[in-house]
Design a protein around this ligand. Sequence first.
Ligand SMILES: Nc1ncnc2c1ncn2[C@@H]1O[C@H](COP(=O)(O)OP(=O)(O)OP(=O)(O)O)[C@@H](O)[C@H]1O
Length: 238
Amino acid sequence: MPDEADAIVLDNVELRLGMQEFSFDCRIPKGAITAVAGPSGSGKSTLLNLIAGFETPSHGRLLIEGEDVRGLLPSDRPVSLVFQDNNLFAHLDLFTNVGLGINPALHLGAREREMVSTALKRVGLEGFERRHPSTLSGGERQRAAFARALVRRKPVLLLDEPFAALDPGLRSAMADLLEDLHRETHNTVVIITHDADEVARLAQHVLFVDGGRISFSGPVNGFLERRDIEAVRAFLGG
Ligand SMILES: Nc1ncnc2c1ncn2[C@@H]1O[C@H](COP(=O)(O)OP(=O)(O)OP(=O)(O)O)[C@@H](O)[C@H]1O
């Protein structure tokens, strides 16, 4: 049964993509930062795509905030998502791209316009409002995508390696920003990362995905001590 403390429940969710089979059975706690780690190709992005609604399970139940979301389109789910490739609209400037996070029809009042400006400022893109994505660096585009997710103010924020393209200094600054925002909003954050230090720094809970299944699910302290699961030991580096 779903628990009040769970933001997301995957109840025997199954899916096949090509030759790869996935079977996810896990709970993601409400109001925490959960890191999703695991080897390349293990199914981390697939797990996020299922939650966001870009993949459909062949079997099982998927609950977000207690609601069965299997019949809901991605846009109707209580989640916002930042992909690796940030999917900004090339023909629109940054202010408009971020504004789309609030209202797809772009009916923005003074308060909404202020929210867009504040979000751009928070990710360090003040003054970039009229720039188009093609004129930005990869890291700047990624920060703009992050700003768009912030203004959506959905209860669940899904991040697929959002900082991977950034240099170490900026990466650390964005991790600080994520922590600050999490402290303010207490939303549920699910973040894919390949970086054991990022797991230790950001996460309270960890899901470790291996071969299309969850091989560890639990608090971060327990995860960082695990040496009995070979793939976890390799991820943690020794
Ligand atoms: N549409 C698809 N058709 C066939 N196979 C797919 C499809 N999407 C993903 N896969 C396969 O499923 C496996 C899991 O992919 P996924 O992107 O979820 O892994 P990942 O853990 O996020 O990997 P990475 O860390 O490299 O980004 C991979 O072997 C991938 O090739």
